[in-house]
Design a protein around this ligand. Structure first.
Ligand code: WQD
Length: 383
């Protein structure tokens, strides 16, 4: 088993992956600047880690802070890195491209330099299906054409190329092993409901938005109340006010005229628990494969689901109603995206096992246990 440095390890996918790494017997040091997460996540993770909680530690630092990262590598001597840290909102990347270029690309260059200095040669990188741009065909396989359709996607594409080619050692030193994991649409939460996705501000993605638009079974909206929706940081108070003012009284379904069974767009929604297992399989693969080199692999289910099917699955799991309106397509959206999964199965011995019911049930448990996410007031007894 190895000591793994996980950047962004208290984020949505990072936190679930760290727990899976501990289960596998690895030890972990998390490096996270908390710019898009909360210290409280680590407390929830420790609760779930049980007797393995001493096998993980947390260092608050920006991956782009070379001195801090160098210090952590010198002290921890990690044998591998899983790199999640970065900005990930498509909409925000269009408004703030330079923030994305710095957070995603400059930080990755610093990470590579520090890894090289400390002779750390195993890397798993959090990439995204967004590197396929608007697909020419589905299912998307790893040999499909790549393109960037927004600054976020551009940073993922560039990072893949940087890891693949920019790290000359990867070519010169056969002992450098890199896996680029292209996620499709991560949803759901830990089955315990103790950790999950905590969107800050107005969610871009479908399922966090569904969560905020839900009406309780009694039909009245749970949004806007002290316990409604997901907690939003003070900096996002404006968007919370938007909910209270009912500007998000319903889910907008972007597009109902796609060539799909119900006209709404298709995506490959994958459980965050399956994604975590995929990272463990990827790490084990490079640990055990001298001369591995660098390879991109899809992490998806291989199944396509429409927006309205996802809404129906959530309503079934929660008993809540999700009011929605069919509106125009969102610019830049593709009609149908889902993963080819053969390479992941052949190379990693991994495939997704959880279905929509599992994903929506775990999401609902997380939301009911922590209606304001990590900003849900602690029960008095727990203080
Ligand atoms: C899913 C479907 C929307 C919101 C993006 C990134 C990708 C990855 C996942 C990071 C689409 C529809 C959405 C809403 C809607 N992120 N939708 N109403 O765009 O497939 O992928 O997030 O790695 O890289 O590109 O995900 O959740 O935004 O949208 O109808 O309020 O839901 O049109 O069809 P997307 P999404």
């Amino acid at each position: 088993m190895v000591h793994v440095l996980v950047t962004g390890g208290v984020g949505f996918i990072g936190s679930h992956t760290v727990l899976a790494l501990l289960e596998e017997g690895h030890s972990v040091v998390i490096v996270d600047d908390l710019s898009n997460s909360f210290p409280r996540v680590f407390e929830h993770m420790k609760k779930l880690a049980g007797d393995k909680k001493d096998k993980m530690k947390f260092e608050q630092a920006d991956v782009g802070d070379k001195e801090a990262l160098d210090r952590i590598f010198a002290a921890e001597k990690p044998e591998a890195v899983i790199h999640f840290a970065g900005s990930k909102a498509v909409g925000e990347s269009i408004e703030l491209p330079l923030k994305y270029y710095r957070n995603n690309m400059v930080a990755s260059i610093v990470l590579l330099e520090v890894m090289q200095k400390h002779n750390c040669k195993l890397l798993v990188f959090s990439s995204s299906a967004t590197v396929y741009g608007i697909p020419e065909r589905v299912p998307l396989t790893e040999d499909c054409p790549l393109s960037a359709i927004n600054p976020y996607g551009r940073t993922k594409l560039f990072q893949e190329d940087m890891f693949r080619w920019g790290w000359d050692v990867a070519v010169a030193d056969k002992d450098v092993r890199i896996l680029l994991l292209r996620y499709f649409n991560p949803v759901g939460a830990h089955p315990s409901g103790e950790i999950g996705e905590h969107p800050v501000g107005i969610p871009n993605n479908l399922m966090p938005y569904v969560m905020q638009a839900r009406h309780s079974p009694s039909g009245c909206s749970t949004r806007g109340r002290s316990t409604g929706g997901f907690g939003l940081r003070a900096s996002a108070a404006a968007s919370w006010a938007a909910v209270a003012l009912g500007q998000r009284e319903f889910l907008r379904v972007f597009g109902s005229d796609y060539d799909t069974p119900d006209g709404t767009a298709i995506r490959d929604y994958i459980s965050v628990m399956d994604l975590a297992a995929g990272h463990v399989a990827a790490l084990n693969k490079i640990i055990n494969t001298p001369g591995f080199g660098c390879q991109a692999v899809n992490l998806g289910t291989g199944k396509g689901t429409t927006v309205l099917e996802m809404v129906a699955s959530f309503e079934k799991a929660s008993g809540a109603k999700v009011p929605y309106k069919l509106v125009d397509r969102r610019p830049g959206d593709a009609g149908a995206v889902w993963a080819g999964t053969d390479l992941a199965e052949e190379m990693l011995g991994w495939k997704a096992t959880r279905n929509l019911d599992d994903m929506c049930a775990s999401l609902w448990k997380w939301a009911t246990q922590y209606p304001q996410g990590y900003e849900t007031p602690e029960p008095a007894a727990a203080k």
